[in-house]
Design a protein around this ligand. Sequence first.
Ligand SMILES: [Fe+2]
Length: 329
Amino acid sequence: MKVNCEPERVAALTVWPVMFDGSAAKSVRFGAEVEGVDWSKPVPAEVVAQLVSLQDKYAVLIFRNTGLDDARHIAFSKELGDELETNPFYYGIENDRVGNPLLFDVGNIDKDGSPVRKDSRRWHHSMGNVLWHTDSSYHQQRSKYSILLSHGNPVKGGSWTHFADTRRAYADLPEDKKREIEDMIVEHDLWHSRKIGSPQVYKEPLPHERTLKPPAYHRLVQRAPDERKTLFLAAHAKRILGRSLDDSQRLLWDLIAHCTKPEYVFSMEWLQGGDMVWWDNRQSMHRANPYTEEMTARDVRRSTIIDDGPLAFGVSRDEIHRAGLSVEE
Ligand SMILES: [Fe+2]
């Protein structure tokens, strides 16, 4: 999956771009496999700084065979931000295989080791993860990074995560489309993507689910950490304020379709336990493989680092009112 080009070298790190075209006309740089991190001990601050700088550039960093366990996965995540997201344990902490509030069990196996039961609520919940999204865009204080670590050995050819470059996709939009969407504010709602993923089971969230995850408001067009403009988009994106739901969905899914054209997308295969991918939700989208009755076991656990940057809190109700808009439909 590494492209055929010279690796970038940063101190002890070797960086193999996944999607790369250095020509001035294209300037493609998305995803990279990074070698040279010593995961056997805490990652020193200067290496963390090198990695963050690479992350700003590539948006998705892949590390193979790290040998990390849950505790060191969390410890590394805490080097990247002050606060990690807490798992809401929708199905009860007693039913969660990992049981650690700082890790989300986003694999496909239940506590007894068997594949997630077809038609269970967890099965249907996962259907929303197959749609292109950014993690936690439905939080008013969104999350900047997600780090997914594989445990155990997946079956070859059976386990993938897919990534889309929203910066380059934005750059390629026609100018009139850029003007049209420049100031849009979008309502993001976890239950909207669950409903698209599984319309029968998630027609309405349960009352405690709705209370846990109310909607949030973010600008559609934003600046990525590398200062390029990008689209902050996800299957959670429900309504553009000031537009009807139908109009909003048409425009949002047109944009998602644009961002996920093959020229902006790569797929990462999970090869072995210890493989880890760290992505920036502020400048990419991703999606998981769907649950199927034929799926092979995938034990992947996610830490999520809360955004502490200038756009972390999205758009406040005050700003929405000042713009002459309303959160009501
Ligand atoms: Fe996700």
